[in-house]
Design a protein around this ligand. Structure first.
Ligand code: ADP
Length: 463
């Protein structure tokens, strides 16, 4: 019984340190908005890089023809062919997915880009049509010099091809395409958030921002050129440019880092960084839960004595965490099954299964609510959140409220319905009903890749 109390003490501690009451979230919103302002003035002055993407033109539905795209940065490579017709019509699209091998993630730059180029070549040969242009989604922080070039600043997630840092990744791909005998060249290079924004914008011109909540998390939005003070005298046709927030590296000062957050900092590549991402995104949530369970097993025997499975890093995936949380059977049968199958812990009593479910709920809530705070921070930056000059929130807007559409993509958001509910709930809490009613969170399927083809199309028809 005393041991059970110790497990409960761990739970209470987790409950407290993961708490995100509305008022705390509002302060997270303000902090991120302040960082965004700072990042627009100078990249080094802020925890978020606010990267200037060079994308000053978004597809509007008038694009036509066949385009290809390569999408890299998540759990796999994606190769896409998109056929566009007038009036926001995608006549045909074909997407091939290929898992990335661990060796490629840590090997040489040449092997990495060669592998992409040769798979693209095979794909194009099977399709039998070269297409007009190639969009390249590369979802790691880059410094862009033009719409079709950019150098890698650093790797995130599980990638660590050291020699690629500082290289122009579009050029690397172009050279690999040439080595493989392909005529096609990258004419639009972007981050996945920008692709998602492009696809949102293709269908709905009120789309002002895009958010990814998948393996990783990030956001971008459309900014006025005058506001991007670090790029002086920025001249573009539209007077606006897409800014890639790189919010994964934000560390919300109001949210304590718990031992469950700090511990795995030492077990992942890029451990020194990506605070926001590690609290929100799919690569990490299951691992946070595992660390909590491991602590509980060390403190008590609630999981029994055969608990070696709990000591293995990343053994519990985020889809498992969501399946645990969404088990609504009375006896939590699915929770028991996942513990057996994935963690090799057998005959876990119902009481412990409830505890397990509660932990998964707490981790989900913190993640979803922080993502919501991120979205509201963008709205605040754009003056669309109902606050006046960062003072008290005004619960109504004079005149006709502007509609703000946010395109959202990513497996965690799309596949985990409770995550969506918690996120929506938090947006409503922070903004209040009236302003929240002007905000539309819209899932954009395959936006990061299809959007790259759309931007390639937009640029190829004008320049
Ligand atoms: P990528 O960032 O690789 O493009 P995706 O958008 O495909 O990623 O999302 C993959 C991530 O989504 C995985 O890391 C996984 O954790 C998460 N995910 C996928 N399915 C689910 C699910 N059913 N429940 C919770 N998370 C999920």
């Amino acid at each position: 019984w005393r041991r059970w109390l110790r497990a409960m003490a761990v739970l209470r501690d987790v409950e407290e340190s993961f708490a995100t009451p509305t008022e705390r979230l509002e302060r997270v919103v303000n902090s991120l908005a302040v960082e965004m302002f700072a990042g627009l003035a100078s990249e080094d002055a802020s925890k978020v890089r606010m990267l200037h993407t060079c994308v000053d033109l978004l597809p509007d539905g008038s694009e036509e023809g066949i385009y290809y795209a390569v999408d890299i940065g998540g759990t796999g490579f994606r190769f896409l062919k998109v056929e566009l017709g007038a009036g926001s019509t995608i006549i045909n699209q074909k997407i091939e997915h290929q898992p990335v091998k661990k060796e490629l993630m840590e090997g040489t730059s040449e092997d990495f880009f060669n592998s992409i180029a040769s798979t693209l070549k095979n794909f194009i040969e099977r399709e039998g049509d070269e297409g007009r242009a190639l969009g390249f989604t590369f979802s790691f922080p880059m410094r862009q010099f033009s719409i079709a070039s950019g150098s890698l600043i650093r790797w995130t997630k599980e990638f660590s091809i050291e020699e690629a840092i500082g290289q122009d990744v579009a050029q690397c791909l172009n050279e690999a395409l040439e080595r493989n005998g392909l005529n096609l060249k990258v004419n639009a290079l972007m981050n996945n958030t920008v692709g998602t924004l492009a696809m949102g914008h293709y269908y709905d011109e009120d789309t002002i921002a895009a958010v990814i909540i998948g393996a990783g998390t990030n956001a971008c939005y459309i900014e006025r050129n005058e506001a991007i003070t670090k790029c002086q005298r920025l001249l573009t046709n539209s007077g606006q440019t897409v800014v890639n927030v790189e919010w994964g590296s934000f560390r919300p000062p109001q949210i304590p880092l718990t031992p469950y957050d700090i511990c795995f900092y030492n077990e992942t590549p890029n451990y020194y960084d990506q605070g926001f991402e590690k609290m929100i995104s799919g690569v990490y949530l299951g691992e946070i839960a595992r660390l909590v369970f491991h602590k509980m097993a060390q403190e008590s025997d609630v999981f029994g004595t055969d608990v070696d499975g709990l000591a293995i890093p990343f053994i519990l995936s985020t889809p498992c965490l969501s399946a645990i949380r969404e088990d609504d059977s009375l006896d939590l049968k699915e929770v028991g099954r996942i513990l057996e199958e994935h963690l090799k812990i057998h005959n876990v009593p119902l009481k412990t299964r409830r505890l397990v479910q509660r932990v998964c709920d707490i981790i989900t809530q913190r993640a979803a609510r922080l993502a919501a705070a991120g979205i509201v921070a963008i709205l605040q930056k754009l003056g669309r959140d109902g606050t006046l000059c960062g003072t008290t929130r005004v619960r109504s807007i004079a005149g006709v409220p502007k509609r703000s559409v946010i395109a959202i993509e990513g497996g965690l958001y799309q596949e985990y319905s409770l995550f969506r509910e918690y996120l929506n709930e938090a947006v409503l809490e922070i903004l209040g009903e009236e302003i929240a009613a002007t905000v539309v969170l819209k899932v954009v399927e395959e936006g990061s890749g299809v959007g790259a083809a759309l931007i390639a199309a937009a640029y190829s028809s004008t320049r």
